[in-house]
Every structure is written in structure tokens, then in C-alpha cells.
Design a protein around this ligand. Structure first.
Ligand SMILES: Cc1ncc(COP(=O)(O)O)c(C=O)c1O
Length: 461
């Protein structure tokens, strides 16, 4: 049976239609950093799928019924029930967004000098770990480095690498194992249940807490159901619950699979860890029953979590990502395979083979998408992950030069996705028109959010 989109637009927002000259000026004004382009100048905004989705009528209706009292308000109770339908831990705390959960939980689990190991830490997670004086080690599975392979679970952690690290000289310094599902830093690829099972065994053997970064828990569950033998008849909710059972705690942004514009939570099994987290949350986020969220936001994500686990919604989202990947392949552009759910990642090195990593090809492609089509995307290459010297020259390139086209939930229809394909056809026809970039200014931490860059044709190679 063909896929039927299980919702229609009931309210719409106009998007700007701009000229190429206007976009060139906007890019210049933004220091050639797409994060600084005013949204009023962006036609298709694929910078992030976080907090950018459309709300349902039910979410808005619940928001209107919010109870904004300070402690143990009805909105907290409804939020708490919605989370507990999925997460089997006794202690659940709302926080204002995912990175607050990371700061609180990592701050309680890790001591200065310790190591956090992950399939891949998200950028804010490793920033929070660095701020604690600790270190992040990423161990993606070997299949993840073959961008063209259709291996179904390229989000997995490398179990052999993990065992080697734990048995080696740095083993005693490992304070947590953190599994990001789906693995946003590695092409949005899912983590299998068998990988989670194995890593939980290793974590238990070494007495190290296993934490899930569950920002995309519903999408990971859906891809498990679609790709992992034995789970085809499970509901996405039961798969997610089983995934949480493997771990000791979790952090989650609710701006993704909570279908909210704000919000997050952390949850743990251990009572004394919960007490430590609660003290930090009370001091920095708010009372443990709102943690920086307004009552109406608690209601929105409580309802959002229920909608995000609906198999019809998840099937539609999977179809959108696959449809976008098809448009891109038809333009002759390679993507990280297989398509995940929240984003499609372009392989910029192949689109712009004339640009070497020190010319930041992924950044150049992201800027070209904006200049040619008003499309805003996120660079995930050497600008984001590369090592720089003190003059901002690239000394350690990122492993891949990717551009992430993130799909806001329930926002764009197939005509928008076709438009993206058409703009890419134009860029891919004459790739040498796209020039490389240099970094003019860059902060030391989370550089991509704030750096200023310049095209090489303006400032010389
Ligand atoms: C995997 C992952 N973890 C954590 C976060 C941080 O969540 P938030 O933006 O709610 O702080 C994000 C945000 O994009 C994410 O993708």
C-alpha cells in the first residue's frame, strides 16, 4: 500500500523568496557563517531539526490547558507520565533542553581528568565534558567510515575498540559510556539493539555507567523495527523501552522526538546520583518539577512524545528522508548511505573535488546552497571538526567533509524537497564555480556556531 501522509497543514507560515543578489549580500553580512543569516532571508531552513517542527492541534490544545504553578503542577504530572511510558528509570527530571541534561548528568558522573567514551558525542556533549576538565573519545564502528555502504547500523559503537580502551592504560579513567541514538555526528545512523546489549554487558563488567543520549529515541526505534531481525513486530515504544532497559540513565533533548520547541529531561536508576542531579537542577534550572520549562512547554512535549512514537508518523518521516536522498542522487550528488531519518548528509568532497580540506569544501557547499537557492544547511566537515593552528589554518582535517540537510518535523512537503534537488543540480553542473574558504576569526570552543570566514576569491588563496 502506498505511503499516506498522516496529517495536513492547518496553519501555514509564508517563507521568503529572495534574489541571488540579496542572498550574496546576506551571506557577506553574516561573515559567511550560515548561523548568522537572519531567518527572514532563508527560504528553506535545514540548519537543524531541533525545535523547528510544526505543532499539532492537540499539542496546542494541551498548551492552552497548562498549569503554570511552581511545584508539582498538573502539567508536570502529565509530562512525567508521558516520559515514564517510555523510560523505565525511577528518577526523571525535566530540564530546559538536552545540553542542560548533559551538563547536569556528566557533571555528576565525571571527575576532572576522566574520559567519556561514545559511539560519537554530539558537539554540545563533548563541549560540556571539556568544560568539566574531562575528555571525549569517539569510537564509531568500523562500518561507519565507509560512507557508501548500506550497512543498516552504522551508528553502533566499535565494541573491539571499546574493549581495547577499557583494558588498556586509560581504562581506569573511563567514567561513563555514552551512546548517542541515532548517531547525529555520524550521518544520523541508528544503533542496533544487539550493539546496545553488548555494550551494556561490557559496561556492567567494568562497573561503568552506561548512558543514552536519547534525543532521537523514536527514530532509532523505528529504524530498529525496519532493519533489525526479530523486532519487525515490536511497537516503536516497546523498542525504545527495551533500549533504555540496557542502560543506567539517559539525557534527552525533547526538541527532536518530543516534537517540542523547547525542553529536555534526564533520568537515572541510581538514587544517590539522582539526588546529586536534583541539587544541580534546583540551583541552575529550577524546581525539579519544571527544570527551566514553562508548563505549556511540558504539555507540548508530553503530547509530542506520544505523537512521535506513532508508526504512521515515523513511516512518513522515513519516506521524507528517502525522498530527499533520491532527489539528491538524481542531481548526481552522493550522500551518506543509507538515508537515516532526521537528515540527509551530502558528501561535499565528491561534489567539489577541486577543493582540498584546508579550503573547507563542506562549508563552501553549504554557502553555495544558500547563495544559489536560499537553502540553509549545517557544515559537518573540517570547519566543525578539524584541528586548527593559532592562525586558524587547518592542521588536522575532519575524517569527512559533510553537509547536513536536517529535516524539521512536519514542515516541508515534497515540492520543497524537489526544489533542493534542483538547486543541487545547478551547483553540481559547474562545481568549479564554487570557491574555497578561509577562517578569519574563530572561537576555541564550538567554533562553527560563531566563526567568521571569507571566500578565497576575496582574500586570496
Ligand atoms: C544527539 C544530540 N544530543 C544532544 C543535543 C542537544 O540538545 P539541545 O539542542 O536540546 O540542547 C542535540 C541537539 O541537536 C543532539 O542532536
Amino acid at each position: 500500500m502506498p505511503q499516506l501522509r498522516p496529517y495536513v497543514a492547518a496553519v501555514v507560515r509564508p517563507i521568503p523568496v529572495t534574489t541571488r543578489d540579496e542572498r550574496i549580500a546576506a551571506l557577506d553580512d553574516a561573515g559567511h557563517n550560515p548561523f548568522y543569516i537572519p531567518a527572514t532571508m532563508v527560504s528553506i531552513d535545514l540548519l537543524s531539526d531541533s525545535g523547528t517542527g510544526a505543532l499539532s492541534q492537540q499539542q496546542q490544545a494541551w498548551a492552552a490547558l497548562a498549569d503554570e504553578r511552581y511545584a508539582f503542577a498538573e502539567s508536570f504530572t502529565r509530562f512525567d507520565h508521558a516520559v515514564r511510558e517510555i523510560v523505565p528509570y525511577p528518577y526523571v527530571f525535566p530540564v530546559h533542553q538536552g545540553r542542560a541534561a548533559e551538563r547536569v548528568l556528566c557533571g555528576s558522573l565525571l571527575s576532572r581528568g576522566q574520559i567519556s567514551v561514545s559511539n560519537t558525542h554530539f558537539d554540545t556533549t563533548s563541549a560540556n565534558i571539556a568544560l568539566l576538565g574531562c575528555y571525549s573519545v569517539d569510537l564509531p564502528c568500523p562500518e561507519a567510515v565507509d560512507l557508501d555502504s548500506d550497512h543498516p547500523f552504522k551508528g553502533n559503537i566499535d565494541l573491539d575498540g571499546l574493549n581495547t580502551l577499557l583494558r588498556g592504560p586509560d581504562g581506569p579513567r573511563v567514567g561513563q559510556i555514552l551512546i548517542t541514538m541515532t548517531n547525529n555526528g555520524m550521518g544520523g545512523q541508528p544503533v542496533s539493539m544487539s550493539n546496545l546489549d553488548a555494550v551494556s554487558q561490557i559496561a556492567r563488567d567494568h562497573g561503568i555507567p552506561l548512558i543514552l543520549d536519547a534525543a532521537r529515541m523514536a527514530e532509532n526505534a523505528w529504524l530498529v523495527r525496519r532493519r533489525e531481525a526479530g523486532y519487525e513486530d515490536w511497537t516503536p515504544r516497546d523498542i525504545a523501552r527495551r533500549a533504555f532497559e540496557f542502560a543506567d540513565g539517559c539525557v534527552a533533548s525533547l526538541k527532536k522526538d518530543g516534537l517540542g520547541h523547547a525542553g529536555g529531561f534526564l533520568a537515572v536508576r541510581d538514587e544517590s546520583l539522582a539526588q546529586q542531579c536534583e541539587a544541580t537542577i534546583t540551583a541552575t534550572e529550577g524546581h525539579r518539577t519544571y527544570g527551566g520549562m514553562a508548563g505549556h512547554s511540558l504539555e507540548v512535549v508530553a503530547q509530542g512524545l506520544r505523537e512521535a512514537f506513532d508508526p504512521h508518523y515515523l513511516a512518513d518521516r522515513e519516506t521524507d528522508a528517502a525522498y530527499l536522498a533520491e532527489q539528491i542522487h538524481a542531481a548526481g550528488v552522493d550522500t551518506v548511505r543509507p538515508a537515516g531519518m532526521h537528515a540527509v548528509y551530502l558528501n561535499a568532497s565528491r561534489v567539489l573535488p577541486h577543493l582540498q580540506p584546508h579550503h573547507f569544501p563542506a562549508h563552501a557547499l553549504a554557502c553555495a546552497l544558500y547563495r544559489e537557492g536560499g537553502i540553509r544547511a549545517a557544515e559537518m566537515g573540517s570547519l566543525y571538526l578539524g584541528g586548527l593552528d593559532e592562525h586558524n589554518n587547518l592542521v588536522t582535517p575532519a575524517p569527512f567533509e559533510l553537509v547536513r540537510l536536517a529535516l524539521p518535523r512536519r514542515v516541508y512537503d515534497h515540492s520543497h524537497l524537489e526544489y533542493i534537488g534542483e538547486i543541487l543540480v545547478d551547483i553540481a553542473k559547474n562545481p568549479e564555480r564554487v570557491t574555497g574558504y578561509q577562517i578569519v576569526e574563530a572561537p576555541r570552543i564550538l567554533r562553527h556556531f560563531k566563526c567568521v570566514t571569507a571566500p578565497l576569491d576575496q582574500h586570496g588563496a
